[in-house]
Design a protein around this ligand. Sequence first.
Ligand SMILES: Cc1ncc(COP(=O)(O)O)c(C=O)c1O
Length: 317
Amino acid sequence: MAAAITRADIDAAHARLAQGPANFLRTTPLWRLPGAALGLACAEVWLKLEQLQVSGSFKARGMLHRLLAQPIPAAGVIVASGGNAGIATAAAAQALGVRCEVFVPQISSPAKQARLRALGAQVQVVGSAYAEALAACLTRQGETGALLTHAYDQPEVVAGAGTLARELEEQGGGLPDSLLVSVGGGGLIGGIAAWCEGRSRVVALEPVLAPTLFRAREAGAPVDVQVGGVAADALGAKRIGSIGFGVAQQHVQQALLLDDAAITAAQQWLWRELRLAVEPAAALGLAALQSGAYVPAAGERVGLVLCGGNVDPAQLA
Ligand SMILES: Cc1ncc(COP(=O)(O)O)c(C=O)c1O
């Protein structure tokens, strides 16, 4: 079965995004460091600094792409997420001058709710967990007819995420030998792996406490898993999306699990040694290298995607 997202889709997403609002999406920097700079034996580590993307995460690519690809009704756009997908949707809607309604569960932090409101979104706080916020969002969407954005399982969202890998390849003059990518619902890795098509070794990384792709690979199909841990606000999808899973079955070469201690240690290291402020979800790549879960070859060029920076600076020591 062909992957649902292809390089052609990602080229098309890139072209469409280029027609989008000026000065909204950023071309995020690519740092190429010798492995030794990170205390590693591999030849190079490439850091894609996507935590500097507008809205603080790669999600802005997919959300804006979805909004540009579909007609937007007068009711605007609607999303359930107090996290990065919600913030990215609200930012994209503001840039396009359309209404945005965001459903968040009560556990969503006041800071995130304030951020959504500052972006002009109408915030509805419903239920104690994401599933209840989503149910209310879908009911409301049925009433208003607003355009729904999904955090990871819509073709436009995955293709938009894939533009990150396209950009990285252009900046690096080619792909690194391997790319270590964090996985929640699979939109990010789906886009990246679809772009790479095996030309770079794509390694899926998940917390031990949120193993959605790992368990789906064992089962041969997406399955529900229990999720928790330090990265749950970003990597806490209960089930891998069908698009991301389909691409991963073809183009993801390896899947690894990392414990919370390794993730937090890598997050703190990035701040302490490189002054890079990232959220836990963006630290899994370095955690895999520093913990020895992923051991690159001596001459290998390893790419890490620092996919989000929405972290409370007080948490960085
Ligand atoms: C910072 C960050 N990294 C990674 C992910 C995982 O992305 P996906 O759900 O597309 O796998 C998310 C999802 O919210 C995120 O916010």
